[in-house]
Design a protein around this ligand. Structure first.
Ligand code: CP
Length: 306
């Protein structure tokens, strides 16, 4: 594991090792003096071909808290706009001798392709509908800290599964840690082959949320849909939007999660997103910690495996 391209291939001990390290990083981030010298002298480049708030900001802060020199490549103003290819862009940055590259791209597999061409570790910050491994790790850390464990919990992932790299990475990780994973989605937003991924499939929120310990909502990714496949927002909210009534089917202390960015009033009611069961802000805080853990592991140990 020189790179982190996905959750696929990580073992349960690998995952718990990273989460343990992230617990330590949370302590650093809660101090007044947050900067350490762990990665002093090392260079991190963030290369985001798709927009991002949480992932890019938290990778940048994570690198800075570890003392690395962090450069955000402004893709919108780069020579990508003049037609330079992904690989040529990567090779150009590689020649500047970075010690780690953090890459987001709209195509599944693009980050893995780039990783073959460069001389440093690469972290997948989201590639198409494929994987978003640090999101799944931060979600697991949030659950583990709130519930004390992940194994044997019932976790229901709801909504636009079809377009979601977050759902794919979470399903892989939650299964690796022994959780019981359910998905709830309209048939048009459920990819084929889901049953082979070790999940139980439900058609209604009422059934899928029954006795759930964790309810994970997903953003309706309307920008990736076209024509007749774009659902009506009003109808979607009625059947698949998480409101107080639907949440009552879950356990009373169930956690409500959302990776962000949220569409309030589409997949989640504002009162639930801001309510007592929501851990959405905790997820963001854990994002910085998990990214610190991943980067120091890859850059200092050279691999993830213990
Ligand atoms: N959860 C997530 O990946 O958010 P951003 O797209 O804002 O990074």
């Amino acid at each position: 594991h020189r790179h982190l391209l996905g959750i696929k291939g990580l073992s349960e001990p690998d995952i718990h090792y990273l989460l343990d390290r992230a617990d330590e990083a949370v302590k650093i981030s809660r101090q007044r003096e947050k900067k350490t010298s762990t990665l002093r002298g090392l260079t991190q480049i963030n290369l985001f071909f798709e927009s991002s708030t949480r992932t890019q900001a938290s990778f940048e802060l994570a690198g800075k808290r570890l003392g690395a020199d962090v450069m955000n490549m402004a893709v919108a103003n780069s020579s990508v706009k003049k037609g330079e290819t992904l690989i040529d862009t990567a090779m150009t940055l590689n020649a500047m001798r970075p010690d780690i590259l953090i890459v987001r791209h709209s195509s599944a597999g693009a980050v893995a392709l780039l990783a073959q061409k460069v001389g440093c570790p690469v972290v997948n910050a989201g590639d198409g509908a494929h994987e978003h491994p640090t999101q799944a790790l931060l979600d697991a850390l949030t659950i583990r800290r709130a519930k004390g464990k992940v194994g044997r919990l019932i976790v229901t992932i709801c909504g636009d599964i079809l377009h979601s790299r977050v759902a794919r990475s979470n399903i892989l990780l939650l299964n690796a840690l022994g959780a019981r994973v359910r998905v709830v989605a309209p048939s048009t937003l459920l990819p084929s082959g889901m049953a082979d991924m070790g999940v139980e499939i439900f058609r209604t929120m009422e059934e899928g949320l029954r006795d759930a310990d964790v309810v994970m909502m997903l953003r309706l990714q309307r920008e990736r849909m076209s024509g007749a496949f774009v659902p009506s927002v009003r109808e979607y909210y009625r059947y698949f939007g998480l409101d107080a009534e639907k949440l009552r089917a879950a356990k009373p202390d169930a956690l409500v999660m959302h990776p962000g960015p949220m569409n309030r009033g589409v997949e989640i009611a504002s009162e639930i997103a801001d309510g007592p069961q929501s851990v959405i802000e905790a997820q963001v805080e854990m994002g910085v910690a998990v990214r610190m853990a991943v980067m120091e592991t890859l850059m200092l140990s050279g691999e993830l495996k213990r």
